[in-house]
Design a protein around this ligand. Sequence first.
Ligand code: MRU
Length: 367
Amino acid sequence: MNVDGKPIRPIWLDEDGVSVKVIDQRQLPHRFVVADLKTVDQVIHAIREMFVRGAPLIGVTGAYGVMIAAAQARDAADVLVSVQEECVRLRAARPTAVNLAWGVDRVLDRVMSAGPGESLIAIARDEASAIAEEEAENCRLIGVHGAALIEAISRQRGGGTVNILTHCNAGWLACIEYGTATAPIYEAFNRGVKVHVWVDETRPLNQGARLTAWELGKHGVPHTVITDNAGGHLMQHGRVDLVIVGTDRSTHTGDVANKIGTYLKALAARDNGIPFYVALPSSTFDWTMRDGVREIPIEERNPDEVRYIQGLYDGNLVRVLVPPENSPAADFAFDVTPARLVTGFITERGICGASQAEIHELFPEHE
Ligand code: MRU
């Protein structure tokens, strides 16, 4: 996507061919800082501390992490064992987004099946880059399929503005290009459909207020940042036509893990008869889990993320304490929305209902 006229992605291969550069998303929207990831420790730190975040992007970062592990292992006694050990650490960097293990394992499988004399680094680099390109294309297709939904609502409204609510950041910053939840919005906007986006601020780390609002603003898409609790009120008053969110892991039975607070939006949408769609590339389906509430691991993060809030003050990025100094806090990063509350999935292969039968009809190879 373009930022101030220049094409940019949240991750790219460095000129040295054995490391990557990423946008340090912790500092957006007030600072645009690029970080170098040259070691596996740096990759793990960047994923944990959320320089990079969002399921598809974590998957691609983990994939490049295998390339970095292969480069680091050049002098190891047993290169393959060393790479395998680093992959265990990479996979464990964050627990909820299934794309991380998926990306790491896909590259590791290629490395493990390398022929004699083949460069492990080159194999890992090519596979990680292929994943990045595929995810970009998947998101483009999600945009094409999802834009049809927005266009249909626009037609019903006689060409009037379609109001879409989204939670967290499932934009290009969380993916590689276009985003998942935002891809249909960008596509509809580019086709000339009038859209307006309600952007949940998404406490505690404010990915909505900081990142989604920044992305949409850079693309010229009309939007309004709202508190996380405002959605239900807006729905009751007919001011939301459609909800589109992303997901970090969805079971093949249709349960959806996404940023904490998504479940409450789905409940409010159901109560108000508003369609609630989840946009995802197939890399975010977990083909092994059936019961999202019981089985999907929910990350608990440092409670300081709840206690403190970051913003710009006098030209500096500062953190301020909100609750009483001694009040305990807890930071649950995701929740699970049961399939029964999901109107449908927008995938790279088209749109389907949130049921095992319909998901497998689109992806029969996972039967
Ligand atoms: O904790 P994060 O920022 O990595 O969470 C990821 C998200 O932004 C979402 O939950 C998102 O909707 C799914 S990723 C496209």
